[in-house]
Structure formats: structure tokens, C-alpha cells
Design a protein around this ligand. Structure first.
Ligand SMILES: Cc1ncc(COP(=O)(O)O)c(C=O)c1O
Length: 406
């Protein structure tokens, strides 16, 4: 049969690209494969029994759970989140300042609908979350980037970048930042930089998208206030997610911000999915209402800290002697390796032959040259003995590449 579809596709469909992570997820299902590639929570930390308790609600309030909900989300869950996030956001928000979404991935898309016209410039961190870059790209964004170091986005480079864009007549639309345990770089923006970023955005009248799915998964050090809390002008939206602190399967996230941006995102959500799942929202609210979320966070943190430490030890043993360097993350899901002189694309291919999957850096980087010597490695999904075995295989792959290059 002739495939007639392709010639009918939209310009956007012809331009978009599949996610390398989603594509790789198909390969890593092979038996014996060790995956450091995805960003998946550990299955053993899912609070299955406590979450299942909420199912009683199906009997007492099945009419709500099985019905369409409002586009803005289930009010009790919105109220809960407004209270729960108040310490981080600096104040308790009102109901019309929060929208429940289908994962925080949907916030990226709704925000792009509201903010991006084709050709608009968005300032992003380099490296950055691949699926955010793709979403903005699908909406026609052009990118300007600021490098990330061990202290998050190098905010000192922002004013010169903005000035040069303004000189070219390109006023950037917004700045996208992952402040805590950045995906993929693992680093966290310092307090000083957060303040400075809010101040720069205010000075140039730029919006900020603060993406924070990992913020509550902190192993070491103190929680830091959000950029949202420093922004007195109301130009920041804060996106949160249940994916890393409860379950990605519930597909629930949220966005907090000023009424007008929240309202406009809700209008786009009306035509995107009408509303997020009522079943998920009620079950998640029941779980949160009973205090289970707060009680569960220490379990997640303990589990992931133990795995982060296991990976740190394996790296020191096997990768440090190979000249590989890294910054130890204080939380979140990822290590970002500097592979030195080794091409990370080739390394990822070689590692796959040894049945260990990592993600090469290039697809996270605006400047692919920068990503060619970097790789993202996840530690939350595998057990410590599997981590040790996977890192051993990675070290063997590196050694073989070095030998072959001689
Ligand atoms: C930085 C960042 N933002 C957003 C998301 C989307 O998460 P979800 O849609 O599961 O809430 C992810 C997922 O890994 C992420 O790493």
C-alpha cells in the first residue's frame, strides 16, 4: 500500500523529531540490559497500598471520579497544592493562580501555546531538558542559550546575551530554567543566582518558566527558595509534578502563576484534553489529604540517596581512573558525566553492545559540540549491585575505545 500520509503532513509535523529517550526505551527492554538512560522512579518506592486506599472513594464518590472534571482541575487538589507549595513559593496562592495539568510536560506545551509565535526567541540553559526544547521548537521557537555549570545557569552571562538579542531586534519571550537538580546537568542554582535571575528578568521585562519536578527530592543541604518567591512583578510561572515524588503514571502536574497567564493556559487546555483525569486527581488528593505524601518523601529520598552514593562509589572506582569527571548531585535523578576526550555518541553505542544504556549529551545541548563529551546517567531506577555492574561495563567500554584509538 502507498503511504499517502506523509505528503499531507503539516510543516510542524515534517520538522519535528522523535525523542531519543523514548526511542531508546524500546531497546532497553532487551533481557540483560542495564538502563541508566531513562528518568524513571524506582518501582519499589511506589506507595501502592496507601494510594490504593483512595479507591474507596469510587464507592462513596464515584460520580465525581468517573465524570469529566473542570479544565482548571479538582478544587480540593488545587487547594492542597497551594498550601503545600506555599513555603517554596513564598506565599499561599489563590485558586485562580493554579492549574492542574496532565503531567508537567503539558505545562510546557500550554505555556508554549500562550507565549510562542514562530520565530520568537526563548532563552534556555545549555544543556537542557530535551522534551522542553522539542516542545518549544514544535511551536516555532528559536533558541538563545546560557551555559550551566556546577551552580546552575551562569546568570552572569544573561545581560550581555539579552543586550545582543535586543540589538538584533529580537526581544526574547521568556527564560526557561530547571533550578533544582537540573535535567540533565544535575546541578542546582545557587540562592544568589536565583535572586539575580529574578532581578534581570524584571529589569528586561522577561517572563521566567521555572520547571521544578525534582525540587522535593533533595538528599543533601537545605531547600532553596524558588525564583517565583523572588519575583515581585508576577512574571514567573512555576511548574511542579507528581511524577518524581509519587508516580509518573498518575500523569499529574501543575502550574502556579498570575491569574492572567493561568487563565490563558486553561483556555488552551480546554481544546487540548478538556481536563486531566478525574480518577487520578481524586486518588492523588486522597493520598495527599491523609498526609501520605509528606510521610513518603523521606522514603524516596533515602532510597535515591543510597543509589546516588552507590553510583558515586562505582564512578570513583571505575571511571575516575579513566579520566571521567562529574559533579555529585545533591538530589534529583541524574549524573552528568564529562567524558573528556571520548565521543559520547560512540561511547553510548559501545555501551549498548555491553548491555548498558546511557544517553549521549548531544541531544540535550544547543551546541552539539558541547554535548559530544558529555553523557547523562540515571541512578534512581537500578539497585546498587546493578549500578556497580553497569558502571563496570561502562568502564570496559571506555577502555576498549581507548585501546582501539591507539
Ligand atoms: C525537567 C523536566 N520537566 C518536565 C518533565 C515532565 O514530567 P511529567 O510530565 O512527568 O510531570 C520532566 C520529566 O522527566 C523533566 O525532567
Amino acid at each position: 500500500m502507498n503511504d499517502n500520509w506523509k505528503k499531507k503532513f503539516s510543516t510542524a509535523a515534517c520538522k519535528t523529531r522523535p525523542s531519543p529517550v523514548r526511542e531508546l526505551l524500546k531497546v532497553i527492554k532487551q533481557p540483560g540490559m542495564i538502563s541508566f538512560a531513562g528518568g524513571m522512579p524506582a518501582p519499589e518506592v511506589f506507595p501502592i497500598e496507601q494510594f490504593a486506599e483512595g479507591a474507596e472513594k469510587l464507592v462513596s464518590d464515584g460520580a465525581t471520579m468517573l465524570q469529566y472534571g473542570t479544565t482548571e482541575g479538582y478544587d480540593p487538589l488545587r487547594n492542597f497544592l497551594n498550601q503545600w507549595t506555599a513555603p517554596r513559593l513564598g506565599r499561599e496562592l489563590s485558586l485562580d493562580e493554579i492549574l492542574i495539568t496532565t503531567g508537567s510536560q503539558q505545562v510546557l506545551d500550554l505555556f508554549a501555546w500562550v507565549m510562542i509565535d514562530p520565530g520568537d526567541v526563548v532563552i534556555v540553559e545549555d544543556p537542557s531538558y530535551m522534551a522542553a526544547l522539542t516542545t518549544f521548537y514544535n511551536h516555532g521557537a528559536q533558541f538563545a542559550s546560557v551555559p550551566v555549570d556546577g551552580e546552575g545557569m551562569d546568570v552572569s552571562k544573561l545581560p550581555a546575551l539579552i543586550e545582543s538579542l535586543l540589538k538584533e531586534g529580537k526581544k526574547p519571550k521568556f527564560i526557561y530554567t530547571i533550578v533544582n537538580f537540573q535535567n540533565p546537568a544535575g546541578s542546582t542554582m545557587t540562592l544568589e543566582r536565583r535572586r539575580e535571575l529574578a532581578e534581570i528578568a524584571d529589569r528586561y521585562d522577561l517572563a521566567i518558566f521555572e520547571d521544578d519536578p525534582y525540587g522535593y527530592v533533595r538528599f543533601d543541604g537545605e531547600h532553596l527558595p524558588s525564583i517565583f518567591s523572588f519575583d515581585k512583578a508576577g512574571n514567573t510561572v512555576y511548574a511542579g509534578s507528581f511524577s518524581k515524588i509519587l508516580s509518573p503514571g498518575v500523569r499529574l502536574g501543575w502550574v502556579s502563576g498570575s491569574k492572567s497567564i493561568i487563565r490563558q493556559m486553561a483556555i488552551f487546555k480546554q481544546s487540548t484534553d478538556l481536563c486531566s483525569s478525574s480518577i487520578s486527581q481524586v486518588l492523588t488528593y486522597e493520598y495527599c489529604r491523609k498526609g501520605y505524601l509528606d510521610a513518603h518523601l523521606p522514603n524516596i529520598i533515602k532510597n535515591y540517596r543510597m543509589k546516588r552514593d552507590a553510583m558515586e562509589e562505582s564512578f570513583r572506582k571505575h571511571l575516575a581512573p579513566q579520566g571521567i569527571t562529574w559533579v555529585k548531585p545533591e538530589g534529583g535523578f541524574f549524573y552528568w558525566l564529562n567524558t573528556g576526550g571520548i565521543d559520547s555518541d560512540e561511547l553510548a553505542r559501545k555501551a549498548l553492545e555491553k548491555k548498558v544504556a546511557i544517553l549521549p549529551g548531544a541531544s540535550f545541548c544547543l551546541n552539539p559540540e558541547a554535548g559530544i563529551h558529555a553523557a547523562r546517567v540515571n541512578y534512581t531506577y537500578s539497585q546498587p549491585d546493578v549500578i556497580e555492574e553497569g558502571v563496570t561495563r561502562l568502564a570496559q567500554a571506555i577502555q576498549e575505545m581507548k585501546l582501539a584509538a591507539r
